[in-house]
Ligand binder design. Structure first.
Ligand code: PLP
Length: 407
């Protein structure tokens, strides 16, 4: 069981008023707040141990390097990768997926295809679309069913109808909250000879992300969605897959031998980490992992599930409010529209009353514009530091705001 009041003591940012009202932060799908142990780990490193990594033999550089490599091991264990060599530090999910798409593009043959789904965030859509355009490949987006789940029959048809080299799919949708059956999707894709990428940006905090259980070939996530600092993320790749790829970012630390005529590259994972890595971000990520583990990942998951189910029930009581999708499993967030009220106005007025919601297209234009034919939604995304009372407050404020807008 999670003691929310004790948890909240770890998040000083939540203890504030905005516009004279207590802050209710319900935008954790965009960025989760950082707990004190993470802030402390970052300050501690800058205060005592800071030096560039892998480059010096002096004490501080060695401490920094050790902390970075410890963080890599923590990240490995967190996603149950076989080896820390399979964990590449990046700037985040977007950085991971762009780098992977650029590397994968070098292996793509014209006439083959890449399959994503209609619920992808632009970060897991545009890089693949652009790679396909460059390489003369087909780019397909698997449709969703009426509930906002992936239409698995249509997905399989795409696999059968094309020579698919790779499938890339979100573990959890950042709009609908749909939890996708990534294990089944991976099995299906592998049966058709395609590699599998999982965008775990939204799942990494609440779902158990186990790369070996999923049997994905690659997986990407961002630290800031799980309590770590911004600017750090991970690209996981199975060793055999990473070894087949050529780096696309070049510079210091990723090379083994550089001559005018030829350059050879470092072993995994350094060959994919050109330049000074965000080692303090990685140290913060390790602290965030420790924090979540200490909290108990199953406790976090169970409580966040309760919060979201309660939010869905309470929002359902509001006249004219339509929650987008009704997927079999939902986690992390839900989005809604209200007849006659623009999401921007809802979020702006709610903000003035202390409630932090998100409005817009959530970087998922194909989902909104093409699958749901809506221009904009309001999203609520609680995290384990939120209380049921805060959900009630948010719903009360929404009812009030909608009255004003409908006047
Ligand atoms: N994928 C999903 C599902 C997301 O929700 C997000 C961010 O909201 C991203 C990718 C991109 O993450 P980042 O901006 O941290 O790179």
């Amino acid at each position: 069981m999670l003691n929310v009041e004790a948890v909240r003591d770890d998040f000083p940012v939540l203890e504030q008023e905005v516009f004279g009202r207590p802050l209710v932060y319900l935008d954790s799908a965009a960025t989760m707040q950082m707990p004190k142990p993470v802030l402390d780990a970052v300050v501690r490193h800058y205060t005592h141990d800071n030096a560039n990594v892998h480059r010096g033999i002096h004490a501080l550089s060695e401490r920094s390097t050790r902390a970075l490599e410890d963080a890599r091991e923590r990240a490995r264990a967190f996603i149950n990768a076989e080896s820390a060599d399979e964990v590449v530090f990046t700037s985040g999910t977007t950085g991971s997926l762009n780098m992977l798409a650029d590397m994968w593009a070098q292996t793509m043959r014209p006439g083959t295809a890449i399959v994503v789904t209609m619920m992808e965030h632009h970060a897991n859509f545009v890089p693949w679309q652009q790679a396909c355009a460059r390489k003369g490949c087909a780019f397909c987006a698997a449709p969703l069913d009426a509930n906002g789940d992936i239409d698995l029959a249509a997905f399989e048809e795409l696999l059968e109808g094309h020579d698919v080299s790779l499938v890339s799919v979100a573990h959890v949708s950042n709009v609908l909250g749909t939890v996708n059956p990534v294990r089944a999707i991976a099995a299906l894709a592998h049966a058709h000879g395609a590699a599998v990428v999982v965008d775990a940006a939204q799942s990494v905090r609440h779902e158990r992300v186990d790369v070996r259980a999923i049997d994905c070939d690659f997986l990407a996530f961002s630290g800031h969605k799980m309590g770590a600092p911004t600017g750090i993320g991970v690209l996981y790749g199975k060793r055999a897959m990473l070894e087949r790829l050529r780096p696309v970012r070049f510079g210091g630390e990723m090379v083994e031998d550089v001559r005018v005529g030829k350059t050879t590259f470092e072993e995994l994972p350094l060959r994919f980490e050109a330049g000074t890595p965000n080692y303090v971000g990685a140290i913060g990520l390790a602290a965030a992992i420790d924090y979540l583990e200490q909290m108990g990942r199953d406790n976090v998951r169970a409580y966040e599930h309760e919060l979201l189910a309660y939010a869905e029930q309470r929002l359902g009581e509001i006249d004219g409010l339509q929650v987008l999708g009704n997927p079999q499993h939902r986690a992390g967030c839900l989005s809604f529209t209200v007849e006659g009220a623009h999401p921007f106005d809802i979020a702006t007025l709610a903000d003035k009353l202390g409630i932090a919601l998100r409005s817009g297209n959530q970087c998922a234009q194909p989902l909104l514009y093409e699958a749901y034919d809506v221009q904009s939604i309001t999203r609520m995304s609680p995290a384990f530091y939120n209380t049921m009372g805060e959900i009630d407050r948010a719903v009360d404020v929404l009812e009030y705001v909608l009255k004003l807008l409908h006047r």
